[in-house]
Ligand binder design. Structure first.
Ligand code: CA
Length: 239
């Protein structure tokens, strides 16, 4: 089934493994995306500059360039969303890719549903970034939780939740980026500043406090998920 809303989007896939490349290309074509493929980093960078795609899917293990360097070179001139394709075991590499300017990652092996969800989320964020006013005004809403950025109010089942200033800053940062994983490093720098201790303990304590306040069962969260070794992801809000 083709979706009209998506049919205008062009995606550049940079991946050297042919079977993964053809799986992704077929999947995305069937969804109405326009897709162009590159099998190496330099070729991908050239195509990114000539095509100006709406989104890039980037394998980190390329024959000619380190995927992290591809992200850094892209970020010199474009804010195009980049979703990293990474091997299962390397959390450290995924976190570094996000800190270098990657927007999200997908872990091999992945299914069609997950791939399409990640792409939709990244494209939505990219559109929102082009309309900054909407990010600041529109409340986050998912299940029983509402974060109203204008009123500085967080409600659960209609009841006001009392958060400390740090907890509120953390939760709104996650809510504004809902659906996207935010790394420990990113969150630490945004909340406590660039010269903060690299120890994540203060972040974990604050996240535990937030969960006690908003999650019915903090051990099985509905709103804020832990991405082990990487960071946190808030459930994508209703649009
Ligand atoms: Ca590879």
């Amino acid at each position: 089934m083709k979706s009209n809303a998506l049919s205008q989007n062009t995606i550049l896939l940079i991946e050297d493994e042919e079977n993964i490349r053809s799986f992704i290309a077929t999947t995305l074509k069937n969804q109405g995306y326009k897709i162009t493929c590159a099998s190496a980093g330099e070729e991908g960078l050239h195509l990114a500059a000539s095509l100006c795609p709406d989104l890039i899917l980037l394998d980190l293990g390329l024959p000619d360039l380190d995927g992290l360097d591809v992200i850094k070179r892209l970020r010199e001139w474009t804010a195009v969303p980049v979703i990293v394709i990474s091997a299962r075991t390397n959390e450290h590499e995924k976190a570094r890719a996000l800190d270098c300017g990657g927007d999200d990652y997908i872990t091999k092996p992945f299914g069609t549903v997950e791939l399409l969800a990640r792409i939709r989320t990244s494209l939505r964020h990219s559109r929102q970034m082009q309309d900054l006013s909407s990010i600041h005004q529109k409340p986050y809403h998912y299940k029983n939780l509402t974060v109203n950025f204008e009123d500085h109010a967080v409600t659960l089942n209609g009841n006001l939740i009392h958060l400390t200033q740090i907890e509120y800053k953390l939760l709104t940062l996650l809510a504004r980026n809902s659906g996207k994983v935010l790394t420990y490093t990113f969150l630490m720098e945004k909340i406590w500043g660039p010269y903060t201790d690299s120890n994540n303990q203060i972040l974990r304590v604050n996240m535990a406090n937030i969960r006690r306040k908003i999650e019915e069962n903090p051990a099985a969260p509905e709103y804020v998920f832990t991405e082990i070794g990487i960071g946190y992801r808030m459930a994508e809000g209703d649009i």
